[in-house]
Design a protein around this ligand. Sequence first.
Ligand SMILES: *[C@@H]1O[C@H](CO)[C@@H](O)[C@H](O)[C@H]1NC(C)=O
Ligand SMILES: *[C@@H]1O[C@H](CO)[C@@H](O)[C@H](O)[C@H]1NC(C)=O
Length: 339
Amino acid sequence: MYWSLITGMALAGAVTALPRLDSRQGNGQVKYAGVNIAGFDFGCATNGNCNITAAYPPLQSLGGPDGAGQMQHFARDDGMNMLGGTLDQTNTGKYDQLVQACLATGAYCVIDIHNYARWDNQIIGQGGPSNEQFVSLWTQLASKYASQQKIVFGIMNEPHDVPDINKWADTVQAVVTAIRGVAKSQMILIPGNDWTSAQQFPTKSGPALLKVKNPDGSTDGLIFDVHKYLDSDNSGTHTECVTDNISSAFSPLADWLRANKRQAINSETGGGNTASCQKYLCQQIQFLNQNSDVYLGYIGWSAGAFDPRTYELSEVPSRNGNSWTDSSLVKACLARKAS
Ligand SMILES: *[C@@H]1O[C@H](CO)[C@@H](O)[C@H](O)[C@H]1NC(C)=O
Ligand SMILES: *[C@@H]1O[C@H](CO)[C@@H](O)[C@H](O)[C@H]1NC(C)=O
């Protein structure tokens, strides 16, 4: 989303074998489903300026909302198995509490650096922080979580207006090589330009990013990371949805992924808790499920530290004693079982 307030942790669940569908491919259900748990990213703007004191950890132990309880609910009651958490770089000790709470659910947990490929208006490896600095950050994170097979490394949230896509591919390659130096097999999410637009990926970023490989020359575990919102300007800031973006984005991307023998994950999607978003988001997720050979999963945006009374795209469940009630959109489209 084109928003300044972002932090994720995502959850995903067991694959259920469903009958093969006629015209599509895969087993009828994506492997991973979950919701982002935002809060540590709050305060980082899309130009890479971050106000660290605005981070709002979604942890009761740190004075915030009960993100740990939310994750338990999503995993237990909704059958989700991948949760995403956005990272504030100076608060890694606190962030680790969120990661551990995520791992405790049994879900896969995505660590997502939420800086739009920038720091203070300048792009990593292209005038801003050096590739070496970015590699150092990722080496530290990968080393910390090297033994956790359910940690997923999301290299960067929504790069945008990156002038040279080949240089960006070099930056991503340097990070992949560094992560694989310590973490051999965990999934790594590979982000393109254009706010990781699913629509632009096949023509704009994909050709350059296809060259990113593991040190052994394979592409095992290297998953393309795409986003797609459904509102009128594709920004993920409105409560009404106008499209499922299947014909414009997810269908052509599926063809491209198949042709190149690769997979992608839709790590941010969502909408308002409205009838129009229910219609279009459910259609979009159905399409991902029907093409589960190339789409590995989806992660909704967003639960965590958002205030459900004011945030347009809230997926924050409400708690009453020991039971949780989902937002209407999560209940209708994102949950994999009735809670
Ligand atoms: C940074 O965030 C804090 C907490 O939200 C706020 O009080 C402060 O005004 C912000 N500072 C700037 C420079 O925006
Ligand atoms: C999504 O659909 C809208 C409406 O048809 C279109 O304007 C937009 O370009 C599409 N975006 C993507 C990324 O597919």
